[in-house]
Design a binder for this molecule. Sequence first.
Ligand code: UD1
Ligand code: MG
Length: 419
Amino acid sequence: MEDVIAVVIAAGKGTRMKSKNSKLIQKIYGKEIIKRAVENVENAGIKDIITVVGYMKEQVKDVLKDRVKYVEQDEALGTGHAVMQAIEYLQGRKGKVVVLCGDVPILRPETISRLINKSIENKESATLLTAIYDEPTGYGRIIRDEGGNVEAIVEEKDASDEQKNIKEINAGIYCFDIEVLIEALKEIKPNNAQGEYYLTDVIEIIGNKGLRTGAVIVEDNTEILGVNDRMQLQMLTKILQHRINTYHLLNGVTIEDINSTYIYDDVKIGMDTVIHPNTTIKCDVEIGENCELGPNSYIREGCKIADNVKIGSFVEIKKAIIGEGTKVPHLSYMGDCEIGSNTNIGCGSITCNYDGFNKSKTIIGDNCFIGSNTNFVAPVKIGNNSFIAAGSTITEDVPEDSLAIARQRQTNKEGWNKK
Ligand code: UD1
Ligand code: MG
């Protein structure tokens, strides 16, 4: 999106999380709320992002680093006041500015694009995202004229009883003409129930200038939810879980239990793969077609799994590259490893990948048969077509086509118990 700037307001205090940290660095599926909010803007194609920081600003900056520009709001005097802090960046620029809140993490990038596109196509100076809520309490209400045009937003605390009956609410996500917004911000005053500079007041100000305002009604009401306390954090995690799992289901992946399967962002899964309950798949994982995962398996970041692979119950794998047709059926930890195709890893096998200082790699070839309870003391390499006897602790490389036995022979002391 050329010529589009985004202002993310993230200066407010947020005390309901009951945390010593900023609520914006709480994580949903391993990723901070503020990072999600900013990534959604980036994924809508907006590169120029200004974040308004204030309360615990260092924590927010630590997460976002230099992917955004920062302005500071020293005192939280309202959402309008927060956006005023960005004027120094907006001054002299043309085009559109999107304003949204840093505590709204699961907004779809497509929704942001839809807002911008409607604003441009309908030549609106201000376009806002709204939602129809059965329980609108707490939100700003949308006031429309007889023709259906958006006239104003009235905050809950300033609304009349009649206005409180309105079910269309302000989602807090807007698209403005930059120059129009700057002028309108100069006119807002804190003469309302909360004594704050309301960003919402600019809608009426812009309308009164004879400029066009409009709204886009969000299709999925869950997208605009913010996070204030840990109950909402849990709720949004569940919504995201459902959204991601639905995506994979519709892509041809069988998920036996949508409620106990946790698939993080940026995971690719091929068709006809089956995921049994209680399985977690973390970020940056690629899984081929027709695989079987779980129950109770844990596939951590950086794994690449080819087609027809089985990762069975109570198996944890990390940064594992696994070839076609290979099976790790149960109770294993395979980390920092490359395993070829059609290899079978026996129950209870483990890569000893960490010596307390460094991580080392285990490489296992094609068509190997690894007996149960094998320890691979990495770095170590097993050639193709090799066998490893059950219970072995492998500390040295094994050549191709070999049998490795690395355990003590059994001795039976007959009659010992009678003595
Ligand atoms: C705001 C809207 C309301 C809308 C709702 C949607 C206003 C006046 N009202 O209400 O119409 O229905 O969002 O969720 O805008 N913030 C700052 N600095 C401030 C104040 C707020 O950075 O001085 C940030 C907060 O950190 C937060 C966001 O702005 O992320 C929203 O502020 P909040 O006070 O929660 O607004 P609401 O009362 O929810
Ligand atoms: Mg408020």
